[in-house]
Design a protein around this ligand. Sequence first.
Ligand SMILES: Cc1cc2nc3c(=O)[nH]c(=O)nc-3n(C[C@H](O)[C@H](O)[C@H](O)COP(=O)(O)O)c2cc1C
Length: 199
Amino acid sequence: MKVITAIFIMSISLYACGSRHIPMPTKTYGDEVSCKGRVLVTYATRAGSTIDIADSISFCVSQQGYVVDLMHVSSVENLSDYSTIVIGSAIRMGNVTPEVKRFVQTNKEALQDKPTAYFIACLTLHEDTPENRAKVKDYLIPLREIVTPFAEGYFAGKMDYAKLKPFSRFAAKRMVKAPEGDFRDWEDIRRWSTTLLTH
Ligand SMILES: Cc1cc2nc3c(=O)[nH]c(=O)nc-3n(C[C@H](O)[C@H](O)[C@H](O)COP(=O)(O)O)c2cc1C
């Protein structure tokens, strides 16, 4: 009976939390022949808005003369080909996604040897105030403690309640009090990406 109850609770939790199924794209941008180096842009998302930000970063970096591989953290097999690594996460309940934290922890040695940058998508920045900037900087503390990045990007994300499962919708509305809308500032994302590798 206990086992059946446990399975029932786990099934309900899996159904109610998280987001509806999102495809996780893998792409390559840039010209292999004349490139200055190979860059990895890797991400984890719940509702998908971080993917579009990662995609925009990848395209902009490729325009600076690099080949850029874009993929979900679970698809990354080898970091040795890359001269720079950019890691992006959605923010949920004040935290980066567990899979991004695991990725940084697992690849700590390799990442410490290469220029590594972080970016996040969150809703706190739907109002870009000094207080909110200070708050979102703290979201990256757990990653910063593992590997120190050379750059950090803080971007406003998107909230679409229809894409969320019941518990996430409840948490976003009642606990985070996140407003609905697409707050991604593509100009800001492009500006950050274009200057990223000019260090
Ligand atoms: C359940 C839930 C919790 C969230 N918690 C936070 C939070 O603590 N701080 C924040 O700034 N944004 C929070 N957000 C907003 C997301 O970070 C934002 O919608 C982001 O764009 C999501 O990225 P994704 O679409 O790639 O999953 C939350 C969203 C949801 C659904």
